[in-house]
Each structure stands twice: as C-alpha cells, then as structure tokens.
Design a protein around this ligand. Structure first.
Ligand code: MG
Length: 451
C-alpha cells in the first residue's frame, strides 16, 4: 500500500498562520521541492509577494531552498498576483511563485504556484510537490552550482502597457479604487490613471496590518468605499482583495454590484464561449443566450475554470467571487484587467446601475448546514441517489462538483461538502421566491433527516 502523503495545498495554494501551519522549515522545503520538480539546475523561477509583515521573511526562506537546488531566482518584489503569472510567461521562467494569503487576515500567509503559461498549478502538480516534500527527495546542487538571485523591476512597465493595450478607454469616468493596503496598492491606481480617468484612491498605501479594511472584499468591509463613491458622485468604485487577482465593483449609486450579475454583464459583452462554475447564477446563461453565446460549467475553483478554458478554447472565464480569467492576456486571474474591462463597458454603455438592472435576476439562497467531516461522504451519497426524486420537474442532474439538480423552469439546487470547514453547503436559485424557498425547504429537510 502506498504511504499517505500529507496534503499541504488547499483550494488556493498553501495557506495558514505564521509559525503554525506556515513555518520557515516548511517554506524552505517547498522551495527545494519546487526547484526539484522543474528540473533544478539551468531553470529559473519568478517570485513576488504581497504586503504582509511576513513577506520578505518567507521570500528569503523560499529563495534559500530554491538556489540550494541550483535554480535561479528573479525577484519581482511587492506585486499583485497577476503580475507573477504574467512575468512567468513573459520572462520565460519555469515557474512563478506568489507569496500571499489573498483575502485572509494579516497573521496568515501562503504560497501559490504558477505555470509558465500563467495558469495556476493543477491538483496533480501540487500532489507531486507534496510527495517531494514528504520524501525529502530534493535534488540539491554542489557549491559551484548554487542558483543566482536577481531583481527585475522592468517587467511591471511592460505589464501595465500590455494591460492598457487590451482595452479601449477614453477616460471619461470618475473612479474610486480601494486596494485594502494590499498588493494592488501602487499598480492598480497607476494603471487606472493611465486610462485618463479621474482616480481617487482609498487604502492604497501598502501596509501588512491592513489598517484601512480587511482584505476580503465583502459588503461589510467595503462600506467606506460605497460611501465615498456616493459622496464624490463617482461613476464607479473598484475594490481588490489582498493580492488583486479579484475585483468587485460599486455602482454609481454607491451600491455593491451583485457578483453574479456583474459576471453575467461582462460575459455577455465578451460573448462567444465562456466558462463559469456550477454555483454561478442562471442569469449568466440568460444573458449569454441573448447574445448567442455558450456557457460551460465547471467545478468551483479558479484552476478548474482555467483548465476548462484551455480545453474548450473559451474567450473568458469567471467565478462569482470576482475571480475572472482573460485567456487572451494570461491564464492567471487578473483583478486589474477585470477592473479595466468593467471601466470600458461602463464608459461605453453605462451607468453601471442601469446595466445591472437590465440583467435578469432570480432569487438566490446560500445556506450551510453543520456537518462533521466524517459524515460528509454518506450525506453526499444519499443526496446523489435520493434527493432528485423529491422534485417533480427535474431536467438534469450533474456531479461536476457535488450534486447539482436542475428543474425544467430553470431553477436549480447545488449541494456540496465544504472543502475546508465542517459544513454541507446548499446553493440554489428559483424562478421566483416561492419556488426558491420550496427548494430550500426540501433540500434542508432531506439533509437534516439523514443527520
Ligand atoms: Mg486573491
């Protein structure tokens, strides 16, 4: 029997609290494992980090591990995650490493790995790294072959120029941008200003204590941004998470745009074939129908979206969380390019509040039921086998991620076990509120009945 290799990577890289899950020994091992995985000597890795207090400490530890295996390092410094994906691609590196805990609180940090195409490491690739760490099967180099370490601060200019070449913006809007004192702090406002738009910044001084607001772009954390948009009569507010691979928008009334509606809006403007996750709203399909586009559904998680974009040659992909991929540019989710796309759409067709009003919307309910990890498998088996029979107009049942039951009138319910917490999640959408509540009650009662 094969020995159990402990799991280090979660749904978005390795993440944890400093000195608890994230120790310097582990980080150095990850550096050696990553360098070994890509072939050791004559290879190169680009590295960036966000604004957390532990950023350079982690960078130094991972670099020590990498150069020990004979691999060269190019340091990008404090940059948003999408710049690491872009730099891995443009500098023809063998790997990109971003040191970030994205939207987690300040005591966290983590590591996310990127392929030379800018695409996140797949689960299989992560498994291989985990195995090298577990077996300590590092290929270390002798003293005369230790890797060298260089800085690169030129790529950021190429990145900004390329971003701006990807959109056509006249510069007629007033925009408020809130970077949470995170990794987007310098670059995002700089790029937005280069469009000619008037840009007012909020929380754009890099600070690992996140004094302005916590890095999760949730409605509670964005209250100040909403107020500033309203008070200044701005056309648009943009907020990033801690590493700026995500973006959310505030409309001209100072109201946070619904995640699904915003995704539906941008998808329909890009058109063609787009990829989204099984938990995204039916409004995406409805909006794409209007422009004759096609929607492909995948598992939750940006790497799954990326994989399906490549397989199906799609023009765009996004999750309702505001993680959007623009494959023409790079396979790494990019919150700054996403902001530019929204600015382009609003400038041409706006205001944003009206554009969002035009998107069909359906009542959505998201709930979670407490469930011990050990019970999850049994619950999911019963859901798969029996729950569809409780509805009388089922048109499709799929198992892409959890169990998703679609009804003939467009309503649907998705049941998935949480990957990180002791919950079963129910996400559903109904043709109207009455239908939504009925679907919710049936699903809830069924699961609670087993528990
Ligand atoms: Mg992020």
């Amino acid at each position: 029997m094969e020995e159990m290799v402990p799991k280090l990577f979660g749904t978005s890289g390795i993440r944890g609290k400093i000195d608890e899950e994230i120790t310097l020994n582990l980080i150095m091992d990850i550096g050696m494992a990553a360098a070994t995985y890509i072939g050791g000597e004559d290879r190169k890795i680009v590295i960036g980090y966000d604004t957390r207090t532990s950023n350079k400490m982690i960078e130094n530890a991972i670099i020590a591990g990498i150069v020990k295996c004979g691999t060269d390092v190019i340091c990008l410094g404090m940059v948003p995650t999408p710049l690491v994906g872009y730099a891995a691609m443009k500098l023809r590196a063998d790997l990109g490493i971003m040191i970030t805990a994205s939207h987690n609180p300040p005591e966290y940090n983590g590591i996310k790995l990127w392929n030379p195409t800018g695409m996140a490491y797949t689960r299989d690739q992560e498994r291989t790294i985990e195995k090298i760490v577990h077996d300590k099967s590092f290929q270390v180099a002798s003293w005369e072959n230790i890797g060298n370490i260089k800085d690169n601060d030129g790529i950021v200019h190429q990145y900004m120029e390329d971003l701006l070449n990807n959109v056509k913006i006249k510069g007629n809007l007033r925009i408020i941008v809130d970077c949470a004192n995170g990794a987007g702090s310098y670059i995002s406002p700089m790029v937005l200003r280069k469009t000619g738009c008037e840009v007012i910044t909020l929380n754009c001084q890099p600070d690992g204590y996140f004094p302005g607001r916590m890095p999760e772009p949730s409605p509670a954390n964005l209250r100040e941004l909403m107020n500033v948009v309203k008070a200044t009569g701005a056309d648009l507010g943009i907020a990033h998470d801690g590493d700026a691979d995500r973006m959310v928008a505030i409309d001209d009334n100072g109201i946070m745009a619904d995640f699904d509606k915003l995704l539906a809006l941008v998808s329909s403007k890009i058109g063609g074939k787009i990829v989204t996750t099984v938990d995204a709203s039916f409004s995406v399909d409805k909006s794409m129908e209007k422009v004759g586009g096609e929607v492909i559904r995948t598992k939750v998680g940006d790497v799954h979206v990326a994989e399906v974009i490549v397989e199906s040659n799609a023009s765009f992909g996004g999750e309702p969380s505001g993680t959007w991929l623009h494959p023409d540019f790079c396979m790494c989710p990019d919150g700054i390019l996403s902001a530019l796309k929204i600015i382009e759409i609003v400038e041409k067709n706006g205001p944003l509040s009206r554009l969002l009003d035009e998107i069909p919307s359906y009542p959505t309910i998201r709930e979670k039921i407490k469930c011990e990890n050990i019970q999850k498998t049994l619950i999911m088996e019963k859901v798969k086998e029996e729950l569809p029979d409780y509805f009388d107009n089922v048109s499709d049942v799929n198992f892409i991620d959890g169990v998703r039951i679609s009804m003939e009138d467009g309503s649907w319910v998705l049941i998935r076990p949480s990957g990180t917490e002791a919950y079963i999640r129910i996400t559903l959408e109904g043709k109207n509120m009455e239908t939504a509540e009925r679907i919710r009650d049936i699903s809830r009662r069924f699961i609670e009945g087993i528990l």
